[in-house]
Design a protein around this ligand. Structure first.
Ligand SMILES: Nc1nc2c(ncn2[C@@H]2O[C@H](COP(=O)(O)OP(=O)(O)OP(=O)(O)O)[C@@H](O)[C@H]2O)c(=O)[nH]1
Length: 815
């Protein structure tokens, strides 16, 4: 039996059982009534027999007194035997332990019908003290006392007539007594009969009422039960309706198209997305064959297999999956979809239709395209980014191995670009970068590669290009930048570019060598007065490298000696209730104070420091200063900071002595390990995966936290995420800053947040520069936010210095 039919049987039993109970009760009452009536009839009949026998006995005894005939005496005996039988029965039942056998024999002797005897006995035993029956028995006893007397007279007469003598006087006295008894018996006999008659009428009336009441009860119960059933069915219908509404609302609110068809392929239902997907078929589509409304072509096989009803029906018992189909709707629109087909069962468990879940893959495709575009492009200018540029240079280097040709690599760095930012603001700088990018592009051919390598530095790859052509193009680029008239808010300003050029293969066979050579050449162009082109020559490599290295190393080392590195901090605030209530969460940011006291942002010096291996030293300075500041704050009673994030570079992860250094800092400054959260960029973690994993696990062992910075910037991040036991994911700011206007960026933020939560990590969004971004992050469920709208970076110093830590944004709700 299926679950459905078992459920049906249970429901039927619940509905029917009150009726069965009522009919059963009525049958019992009827059976009892018939039995009672039959008992009453037996008593009345018995009384009739008794009265008749009494009259016969008196009659034959009176005759016997006159005739002395033995025949009359025997007739008397036969008559009196009935009453004596009844008396024997009464006496047998009257005993404390009733003798049923004797009672039965007596009643049979009394002429009662054998079928009535059981009822007579039962009624006597159960109801002898009840009203009419007790009165009847009372009169029966009176009658029996006369019967005993009559028997005595009869015995005396028979004895006198047959064996001894009886005088006339005695005969007369006995005859008169018989006659008197006859008279005296009339009253109790009548009363006996009347009581039984009355009892019989009463019982009949009573039973009539009982039956009437039972019938009325049955009727009432039936009405009530029907009302209950009607109410239940109304509720059932309402529930069914609500359930249907819920199902429809759910189906209409999901992002996938849902279509149901019957086994002949006719459409039964389409949700809102499905209507849209198949070209706005509308309600008119219902009842039509789905193949007349839309077609689905399976692209996984030969590419032209049409999905038909019979094909779906053939495998309808199980779930079918089609990962790649093209759906064509009524309006000629076409969508890439994946399809899952599942059977719909009726109440008997048989398949009576199919549900088709169609997932539109165009949006995913859009995401993937966008992601791969982002992975290869610079967000500000739309040019290739450094990663893509390096790949192309690598390919060009490989090609050199097999083909005799030459490729030129150019580094174009704007001169004094910082001034533009400083005098006109960052937005002006951005606009200038975009304009320079257009100017450069105009000078290049379709096969030339132009990329933004970072900041104000562009890379150009001229493949299959001779030296004179390359020099000519480089000069065209330089002149184009110089001659362009840039304007910002109506104010014109000029700019120039220094270009370093190297021919691939000349500086070495590797990418790093090629890039370094171009960098050196560009640096030399700057050194020689800017706005010029410097062609790299291997002859001046050593000198140049040394001079560049020394310049940078010297500048940074001097800054270290003079302790001109300083720390700023920026607040990271919780957005979700679960994360609120804890203390402050801040990120420590590095700044360099130059010789003139100007604050230099890390973007200006970190690339050089990384290239020349200074990062582990700089990271040591950051860690030490952070610990010192925290120690100072704690000694002054300021324990407001719960988590303090410190950035570490990729090179530091590979520094074998760095772990020991950190352990010593914890001991020296007595800072709880749980207070420190090390931030490493996903790129550095992935490119040094083994060291990063060990580094993280060692420091996590102490109780430190870890955060993965700029997460999502590299497409490969997700695959590596499970290897990195970090506590926080910092969503790359490039997704956050435009998420309100760009749905793909928003989807990326949602996806990273989701993946972070699925892998048990908290998420932090950086670059939160406006209230709308904050609201969007809150609606998505991101855990923390950081950015100019929350709080600008401010000097990281103990509070007693009297300077604010940062401008804190007040979260909605007063936190
Ligand atoms: N507006 C804007 N500025 C940026 C961006 N990225 C980096 N910068 C700034 O670009 C400037 C680059 O300066 P540098 O190349 O070091 O120095 P410079 O002023 O160009 O001087 P030289 O290169 O020596 O001629 C720094 O001030 C950075 O803060 C960006 O995306 N937008």
């Amino acid at each position: 039996m299926t679950a459905m039919s078992a459920y049906g049987s249970r429901r039927l039993i619940r509905v029917v059982w009150p009726f069965v109970a009522i009919v059963g009760a009525l049958l019992l009452i009827s059976a009892f009534s018939f039995n009672a009536l039959s008992t009453i009839r037996a008593y009345v009949g018995g009384e009739g027999l008794w009265s008749k026998a009494q009259k016969d006995a008196i009659y034959y005894l009176t005759r016997y007194a006159g005739s002395r005939s033995e025949q009359d005496f025997q007739a008397y005996k036969a008559a009196i035997a009935i009453q004596l039988g009844d008396r024997q029965a009464r006496l047998a039942l009257d005993r404390p332990q009733p003798d049923l056998q004797q009672a039965r024999a007596g009643l049979l002797q009394g002429g009662n019908h054998p079928d009535d005897i059981a009822n007579v006995i039962n009624a006597f035993l159960w109801f002898r003290h009840v009203s009419y029956l007790s009165q009847a028995i009372h009169y029966w006893e009176i009658g029996d006392s006369y019967i005993v007397e009559i028997s005595g007279i009869a015995e005396r007469l028979h004895d006198g007539f047959t064996r001894s003598y009886i005088g006339e006087d005695e005969l007369m006295v006995l005859s008169r007594r018989v006659s008197d008894i006859n008279e005296e018996l009339k009253a109790p006999a009548r009363s006996f009969s009347e009581v039984l008659g009355e009892g019989s009428r009463f019982a009949t009336t009573l039973l009539w009422w009982v039956n009437l009441m039972a019938g009325a009860g049955l009727l009432l119960l039936t009405v009530r039960q029907v009302q209950v059933l009607l109410r239940q069915s109304a509720r059932f219908e309402a529930e069914l309706h609500a359930e249907k509404e819920r199902a429809e609302t759910t189906l209409n609110s999901i992002g996938d198209a849902v279509v149901t068809i019957d086994l002949s392929g006719k459409l039964r239902y389409l949700n809102a997305v499905a209507h849209h997907l198949v070209g706005g078929a509308g309600k008119g589509a219902i009842g039509r064959y789905f193949e007349d409304v839309f077609s689905m072509i399976d692209l996984s096989g030969s590419g032209m297999d049409l999905i038909t009803t019979s094909q779906l029906r053939a495998k309808c018992e199980s779930k079918q999956t089609y990962p790649s189909l093209r759906l064509q709707g009524l309006d000629g629109s076409s969508h890439m979809i994946s399809l899952v087909v599942a059977p719909i069962h009726n109440s008997l468990g048989q398949v009576d239709g199919l549900v088709l879940a169609l997932h539109d893959k165009s949006i995913e495709q859009q995401y993937i395209n966008h992601l791969s575009w982002q992975a290869a492009h610079d967000a500000l200018t739309g040019l290739y980014n450094r990663r893509e540029f390096e790949q192309r240079v690598t390919r060009a280097l490989s090609r050199l191995m097999v083909t005799e040709t030459s490729h030129a690599l150019l580094f174009v760095d704007l001169d004094q670009f910082k001034l533009v930012n400083d005098t006109n603001g960052h937005a002006a700088g951005d606009e200038l970068l975009r304009q320079v990018c257009r100017v450069l592009q105009e000078q290049l051919g379709l096969s030339d590669v132009l990329a933004r390598l970072g900041g104000d530095e562009f890379g150009v790859l001229l493949e299959d290009c001779r030296v004179d052509e390359a020099l000519d193009k480089a000069d065209r680029l330089r002149r184009a930048v110089q001659q362009s008239s840039f304007q910002w808010e109506g104010i014109p300003f000029s700019i120039s570019a220094s270009i370093g050029m190297v021919f691939l293969g000349e500086a070495g066979a590797t990418l790093a060598e090629a890039l370094q050579a171009a960098d050196i050449a560009c640096y030399m162009a700057k050194e020689k007065g800017r706005n010029r082109i410097q062609l790299y020559s291997s002859k001046d490599t050593e000198l140049a490298v040394r001079s560049v290295e020394m310049a940078w190393v010297q500048r940074l080392r001097t800054a270290m000696e003079q302790e001109r590195f300083c720390l700023y901090s920026q607040e990271i605030v919780p957005l979700r209730p679960a994360a609120k209530g804890a203390g402050r969460h801040v990120e420590v940011l590095l700044r360099l104070r130059d010789e003139n006291g100007n604050i230099i942002l890390p973007a200006s010096f970190i690339p050089a420091a990384e290239r020349f291996g200074l990062m582990p030293d700089i990271d040591r300075i950051v860690v030490r200063q952070t610990f010192e500041t925290l120690w100072n704050m704690r000694s002054l009673g300021d324990r407001s900071i719960d988590v303090c994030a410190v950035n570490l570079s990729g090179a530091t992860l590979c520094d074998d002595h760095f772990l020991d250094f950190i352990r010593r800092q914890f001991v020296s400054y007595d800072i709880p390990a749980g207070m420190i959260c090390f931030e490493i960029t996903e790129t550095s973690a992935i490119s040094n995966l083994q060291q990063a994993t060990r580094f993280i696990s060692e420091l996590k062992g102490l109780g430190c936290h870890f955060s993965l910075d700029d997460f999502g910037a590299g497409m490969s991040s997700f695959a590596y995420l499970k290897h990195l036991q970090v506590d926080y994911l910092k969503i790359d700011g490039s997704f956050v800053k435009d998420m309100v206007d760009d749905s793909v960026d928003r989807a990326m933020v949602e996806m990273i947040n989701h993946i972070g939560h699925v892998t048990g990590k908290k998420t932090i969004a950086e670059f939160v520069s406006a209230p709308e971004i904050l609201a969007a992050l809150q609606s998505i469920g991101v855990d923390y936010a950081q950015g100019y709208f929350i709080g600008e970076p401010a000097p990281f110093i103990p509070p007693l210095h009297g300077r604010p830590q940062s401008v804190l944004y007040r979260l909605p709700g007063g936190e």
